[in-house]
Design a protein around this ligand. Structure first.
Ligand SMILES: [Ca+2]
Length: 320
């Protein structure tokens, strides 16, 4: 019985070892770590004991159990996390050293030059060819033709056949002229010396309409009646067929004088006529109060300057 019991005990202990090995997937190849649990199995008797210190005697075999199990294979990659906050701006990079790009395509062809085109809108019936001396469509007289296409805006100058009724100043003292558009217009340039000088250098050439508009703009800013100054009165005037008259630049005024001087509509001999051209011939401080006028005398007229506040004759023109 004792032998039988002994055998039975051995069998139970052996069975327990097998169960432990199966349950904990024990392998002796695992190196014992700090968290490993070590059992010692007696090589002869098979008795297993727990080794608190983690070591067994020479008569025993060590059974090491790693409670954490072996490291499994890497799991699948998790989903991407949310985007982090934007980082700070980086420093400016250095200029690149790439080659210049290819030349771009040529631009579109511009509008052709506006060449002179003869018109037959003159004469008493309004269908004659316009020639110097002919009656213009506004009821005045043709005094200049742009044969050489020097003026883009027009081909003909037509002058009124008579002076405006009153003599008038070039401008009033309304305070809207000069660099800051706050100086009296009879003692300052329309804008600056440089701008007025640019217009003066060509005697105004085709700029009469532009200059007249500038003078009127300054006076409108001061709510001055157009009847009180030459350019304004010109703009107010309407003939039977036209209301687009203006004060001629000096160049345009000279053309008018030359074309009419021997006819019935000539400028009054020796009278002084305002042009719309400011005088800016010497320096910024010496001439801001002067504008150019023409004395109706001699074969080519006389070139004069007068104070803008002076009242002179006015002969107006229109262009088309
Ligand atoms: Ca022209």
């Amino acid at each position: 019985m004792g032998a039988l019991m002994s055998y039975s005990s051995k069998f139970k202990v052996g069975l327990a070892i097998i169960c432990l090995i199966s349950f904990f997937s024990v392998t002796t190849s695992i190196k014992a770590g700090s968290s490993d649990i070590v059992f010692c199995a007696n090589k002869k008797t098979g008795v297993v004991r727990y080794s608190k210190g983690g070591s067994c005697s020479k008569l025993e075999s060590a059974l090491t159990i790693n409670p954490n199990g072996e490291m499994g294979p890497a799991g699948p990659a998790g989903p991407a996390g949310p985007a982090g906050p934007a980082g700070a701006d980086g420093a400016n990079g250095s200029d690149g050293g790439g080659p210049a790009g290819a030349t771009g395509p040529a631009g579109a062809t511009g509008a052709p030059a506006k060449m002179f085109a003869a018109q037959s809108v003159c004469g008493a019936n309004g269908n004659d060819l316009c020639t110097v001396g002919a009656i213009g469509p506004g009821g005045g007289t043709i005094v200049w033709i742009d044969t050489y296409s020097s003026q883009y805006e027009y081909d003909y100058i037509e002058a009124s056949n008579s002076d405006l009724v009153s003599t008038l100043p070039w401008s009033t003292s309304t305070p809207h002229c000069g660099i800051n558009q706050s100086g009296a217009c009879d003692t300052n340039f329309l804008n600056t010396f440089a701008e007025d000088r640019e217009l003066f250098n060509t005697w105004g050439e085709g700029s009469g309409q532009y200059l007249s508009n500038q003078i009127i703009e300054r006076h409108d800013a001061g709510s001055v009646s157009q009847s009180l100054y030459a350019a304004g009165a010109a703009a107010q005037f309407c003939s039977l067929n036209a209301c687009d008259w203006f004060l001629p630049s000096f160049s345009q005024l000279l053309s008018t004088y030359m074309a009419l001087k021997n006819g019935a509509n000539a400028l009054t001999p020796d009278a002084f006529y305002w042009s719309s051209s400011p005088y800016a011939g010497i320096s910024a401080v010496m001439t801001p109060n002067l504008a150019m006028n023409l004395k109706a005398t001699g074969p080519a007229g006389g070139i004069f300057t007068s104070a803008k506040s002076s009242s002179l004759n006015v002969r107006i023109i229109r262009t088309f």
